[in-house]
Design a protein around this ligand. Structure first.
Ligand code: AQP
Length: 334
């Protein structure tokens, strides 16, 4: 389903923890750029948050959904151009998940690296944690999505969604569009400031200060996190062999400022780590200041987000309803 010649785009963020610079650079910044040339749906995927129940108290769920959606808009997602909605407002996501579950071999899910990593640390492993990628496949396939812009950590899950679509089509006839993952060449995996070997993530930042830069963090917290970012035993930037920590800071700087590689060399080659960190801090401030300001304005009146979410849910439900009629017919139910 395309609107004119426009390709359909779908993506989302889990409304848990605090949205951070990795989410912004890896995902939301790309979305904002794509919405002018694509038919976009952006979702707060709240059903996904139920897979790790210990990560979020029940009472915080509604507030987090609103925070994430407020930040989508503050980061430049325009609800007049894109459909912005909450996953649980469209019941067809759960319905399609069940149907896809029945066409997905369990071995495909057990192989997912994120499942393997999370099942080591989770207090108990719910079926939902294993099934997470099928729900994600349903999110994508429900809207005949062409392109899925995500950070590098989600590549395997989008590829699984493609495999599930192909398998379903083999079993029931051509029904589901096979999408394509879109990953930015640089900044697809922003690393933790406290540990440049681990991905910057919302869940880790709940336990560790100095790990992530939250888009709504105050200036002092951001400065402290950046200025104490882990680098290495050296003192000066060398582009020929940057350590993981230095590379991460350079990546953040370049992703936020958009400067070319040649200019990066001119600005930082041979400069002290302190100077690089100050540069990163300034680039971060320049990015987040307008985002925070816009967020404050948008959330001052509850009715603004209510209206966006109401309209988004209606538009998404219409698309989902039509798609599920076809899917139901193909599998012979309903
Ligand atoms: N560090 C990152 N660098 C680049 N892109 C990233 N994304 C996440 N982290 C990075 C992308 O942001 C979108 C939303 O992902 P998410 O809601 O799963 O965010 P998260 O920070 O990964 O959240 P969690 O809850 O902490 O998940 P886990 O525990 O799995 O790390 C996606 O497009 C993602 O690729």
């Amino acid at each position: 389903m395309e609107t004119g010649n426009r390709k359909r785009v779908f993506s989302g963020v889990q409304p848990t923890g605090k949205l951070h610079l990795g989410n912004y650079i890896g995902a939301i910044k790309q979305w904002a750029a794509m919405q002018h040339t694509h038919d976009c749906l952006f979702c707060a995927v709240d059903l996904h948050t139920l897979t790790v129940p210990e990560q979020q108290p029940v009472k915080q769920r509604y507030a987090k959904v609103r925070e994430v959606v407020g930040l989508y808009l503050a980061c430049g997602i325009d609800p007049e151009q894109s459909t912005v909605f909450v996953q649980s407002h469209v019941p067809q996501h759960a319905e399609l998940t069940w149907i896809l579950n029945c066409a997905t071999p369990v071995g495909w899910l057990e192989r997912m690296t994120q499942y393997k990593a999370k099942s080591v640390t989770a207090k108990s492993i719910g079926t939902g944690l294993l099934d997470y990628p099928v729900l994600m496949a349903a999110d994508i396939l429900l809207y005949d999505t062409d392109l899925v812009p995500v950070g590098g950590d989600q590549k395997q899950h989008v590829e699984l969604a493609c495999d599930i679509a192909r398998r379903f089509n083999n079993l029931f006839g051509q029904t589901l569009r096979v999408p394509r993952v879109v990953i930015r060449p640089a900044g697809a995996r922003i690393m933790g400031l406290d540990d440049p070997t681990a991905k910057m993530s919302k869940s880790t930042s709940q336990d560790k200060t100095g790990h992530a830069i939250g888009l709504l963090d105050d200036e002092k917290t951001m400065r402290k996190a950046i200025m104490s970012a882990v680098t290495d035993s050296g003192t000066h930037v060398r582009f020929d062999q940057p350590s993981a920590g230095v590379k991460n800071l350079l990546t953040i700087y370049q992703a936020l400022t958009g400067v070319e590689q040649e200019e990066m060399h001119r600005r930082f080659e041979g400069k002290g780590y302190g100077e690089l960190k100050r540069g990163v801090f300034e680039a971060v401030m320049e990015t987040v200041k307008p985002i925070k300001q816009r967020y404050r304005e948008l959330t001052a009146d509850r009715a603004v987000l209510d209206d966006v979410l109401h309209r988004g849910a209606q538009a998404a439900r219409d698309l989902a309803h039509r798609k599920m009629q076809v899917v139901r017919e193909r599998v012979g139910i309903g």
